[in-house]
Design a protein around this ligand. Structure first.
Ligand code: MN
Length: 264
């Protein structure tokens, strides 16, 4: 059996010699980064902003730095269970208190890009997951389930948010499929390429916003606005997704990295 120290050395050696690729699943964080839009009766979340403190000038002759501000759920970001009322009573449910081993897990990448191309309101269903498992094996415990829709290729914020008269139209997870993933598979959480983990029309679902209501209600996490999921194999990658250690944070922007065996 490989000794733990040898397993870690193999990872560092693999990164250095190129047999392990490091893939960035993060979108750029800038003022233009799209932020979720809620109906007007609810408080909005601020976009990202950067304010220069000094830039090698009389405000600070040898240093450049900025203040930044944004909502916790801006750009590529982490959703903690405390984000939703259904997850508010779990212990260790906020960004500072979640056990750190739960930020790292194997990735199961479910490709529904074709369905999404034909239908912006495409929903991942249990039969699609069962077909995926028949080919790639059962979703293991502690996995990040990443839903590849290729939605991140919509670089125009208007097309990315895709808001029509009746609200946003973006793909997501079927309300019956969410409890399957949250309870019948012991996953860490779901990662998506859209602005939030729920489908654009999820306000009309029963239950409303099932990815938030049920996933956080089961003490699971969410990752939103991911990109480069098309560069991952269906299985074999490891995702590293630790949010900022904001005390009592409901989430945070983060850098999400995947370690991918080359040729995978
Ligand atoms: Mn969020």
């Amino acid at each position: 059996m490989t000794k733990p120290a040898d397993a870690l050395s193999a990872v560092t050696a693999g990164i250095l010699n190129g047999t392990i690729r490091v893939v960035d699943l993060t979108v750029p964080l800038e003022p233009a980064t799209p932020v979720i839009r809620l109906p007007p009766q609810f408080s909005p979340s601020n976009a990202f902003s950067l304010t220069e403190i000094s830039h090698y000038d009389d405000r600070g002759p040898a240093w450049y730095w900025n203040n930044f501000a944004c909502g916790e759920h801006t750009g590529t970001h982490f959703d903690a269970p405390i984000h939703w009322v259904t997850g508010k009573d779990y212990p260790n449910n906020a960004t500072h208190s979640i056990p750190v081993d739960r930020f790292i897990g194997p990735a199961c990448v479910i490709d529904v890009a074709e369905g999404t191309r034909a239908n912006s309101d495409f929903l991942l269903t249990i039969p699609v997951i069962e077909a995926w498992e028949a080919r790639h094996g059962r979703i293991p415990a502690h996995a990040w389930v990443l839903v590849r829709t290729d939605w991140s290729k919509r670089t125009d914020p208007k097309q990315f948010l895709n808001i029509k008269d009746d609200g946003p139209h973006t793909p997501g997870i079927h309300p019956k499929c969410v409890p399957f993933l949250a309870k019948e598979r012991d996953i860490l959480g779901i990662g998506v390429e859209t602005v939030g983990t729920d489908a654009g029309q999820a306000a009309t679902f029963d239950p409303m916003f099932p990815c938030h209501t049920i996933m956080h209600g089961a003490n699971r996490f969410g990752l939103a606005s991911l990109t480069n999921l098309d560069k991952l194999p269906p299985t074999g990658a490891i995702v590293i997704a630790p949010p900022l250690k904001i005390v009592n944070g409901s989430g945070s922007p983060l850098r999400v990295l995947a370690l991918v065996p080359n040729g995978g």
